[in-house]
Design a binder for this molecule. Structure first.
Ligand SMILES: Cc1cc2nc3c(=O)[nH]c(=O)nc-3n(C[C@H](O)[C@H](O)[C@H](O)COP(=O)(O)OP(=O)(O)OC[C@H]3O[C@@H](n4cnc5c(N)ncnc54)[C@H](O)[C@@H]3O)c2cc1C
Length: 405
């Protein structure tokens, strides 16, 4: 089996770069693998290069920093906001026998009430997903958003606490080389990767793949991690019903701004969510995940700016605003020296779940599988998969291909 990568080197979104300050591209924070198979797989790649960390995330709202998740760490928020959140929550839990929510908008109101929805959940959802939460379904949520009890909410509003109630409370992270160590662990084990081999055409009748460099190759079965919308663009013989299904898939994109600063311990948090008028929705501090992620005396910042066809990116404006907001939110001090900066756009970042997603994905994947193409991974399954789930997706695809032989 050979692997073809569109990009010129392994794990291009996860590599280390920079001169004076190291900056890790994308806010890849955690390895959380409960599944035994994934655990072993990752341990084999990492060979003792992992350390365990307690998660310590922040929320910037109302011009101040709160501990994340804000639902159980409201102490310090404006009193009026706390009152609205708690009274809304109480109202919501008493209405629970009502119809189950179908949209994310209604799910927020159903589980958290008007206050949390208005002050925190809707503003953040609009920012990161780039669409109104009324358009989104709820099938991506799972355990990603914790549902606290009234007691936990009250406790967090009355006292300052560091409650570790999150979708992850502890996680593992590579001591050296960030997430690129995952990729180098993999690439060391095979010499069968062809770089710079972007697939530009798949002839499903003759089972022939053509690459951007003009070369081609015949296949028996294919496992593909190409994003489904891109996949349908390179299969000229796909029927119009399948093409139409692909057009209904929606996603957001991210502009990452990676900055190295000549000051250590720039934030006490590992990452922070922003729900206000900042252009960014989340900032990671890779140097708080491993001291090897920045040189001594420096810090690494990774900023995420979401955009999509629903909210296009105005790059220059976003970059300009980002630098201003880094200062007004206190992350950068006027005396800070920027040692390094790069900006990277990632076309497919998060799949947006709407009412068309599941049916469209089924149509596309069934069609492709009939032609011996198994799609896999986050954008091949068109799902909200974390890394461990993507690894399992690859395993499932390999097994399916073997079974069909
Ligand atoms: C901002 C962000 C933060 C995240 N943080 C975490 C985290 O902290 N922990 C976690 O577990 N998960 C995290 N994830 C999720 C994780 O990144 C994904 O689950 C994982 O990278 C998906 O792997 P994949 O192989 O399915 O897809 P990808 O990594 O996107 O790989 C797709 C591959 O397909 C190749 N390809 C695409 N088109 C072509 C073509 N035409 N021809 C040839 N090759 C092609 C590309 O070169 C690439 O190698 C995060 C995701 C994002 C966006």
């Amino acid at each position: 089996m050979r692997y073809s990568k569109a990009r010129p080197r392994p794990g291009v979104y996860a590599v280390r770069s920079g001169k004076k300050a190291l900056s890790l591209i994308t806010g890849h924070t955690f390895i959380s693998a409960k599944n035994e198979y994934v655990r072993k797989f990752i341990n084999r790649l990492q060979k003792g290069n992992l350390h365990e960390l307690k998660s310590h995330a922040g929320q910037y709202s109302f011009d101040r920093y709160l501990q994340f998740p804000y639902t159980v760490n409201m102490h310090g928020a404006p009193v009026e906001v706390i009152k609205e959140c708690i009274s809304g929550y109480v109202e919501a839990i008493h209405k629970k026998n009502k119809k189950k929510p179908r949209t994310y908008h209604d799910w927020c109101l159903y589980n958290f009430g008007k206050g949390y929805a208005k002050h925190f959940m809707f503003p953040y959802a609009n920012k990161v997903w780039t669409v109104n939460p009324k358009r989104m379904t709820v099938d991506w949520i799972g355990k990603r958003i914790i549902l606290p009890s009234l007691e936990q909410i009250l406790e967090g509003a009355l006292h300052k606490s560091d409650k570790l109630m999150n979708y992850i409370t502890t996680f593992e992270y590579p001591v050296k080389d960030g997430m690129s160590s995952m990729i180098s662990g993999l690439t060391k084990r095979t010499n069968k990767i062809n770089y710079n081999k972007k697939v530009t055409n798949i002839d499903i009748k003759n089972k022939k793949i053509t690459f951007q460099d003009g070369t081609s190759s015949y296949y028996e079965k294919v496992i593909s991690t190409i994003a489904l919308p891109d996949m349908l663009k390179i299969i000229p013989d796909a029927p119009s019903s399948v093409r139409e299904a692909a057009k209904r898939l929606i996603h957001n994109s991210l502009l990452y701004v990676n900055i190295g600063v000549d000051r250590p311990n720039i934030s006490k948090f590992q990452w922070i969510y922003f729900d206000g008028d900042e252009p960014f929705n989340r900032i990671h501090f890779p140097s708080n995940l491993s001291r090897h992620n920045a040189p001594k005396g420096a810090s690494a910042i990774n900023i995420e700016i979401a955009y999509s066809r629903f909210r296009p990116l105005h790059k220059e404006r976003a970059l300009d605003q980002t630098m201003k907001k880094l200062k007004s939110t206190g992350i950068l001090k006027p005396s800070d020296k920027i040692l390094f900066q790069n900006n990277i756009e990632q076309k497919y970042a998060y799949v947006i779940f709407d009412k068309y997603r599941q049916a469209s994905v089924n149509i596309i994947r069934n069609f492709l599988w009939k032609h011996d193409i198994k799609t896999s991974g986050r954008f091949g399954e068109w799902d909200y998969l974390w890394m461990d789930q993507s690894i399992m997706s690859g395993k499932r695809a390999a097994e399916a291909v073997q079974e069909k032989r």
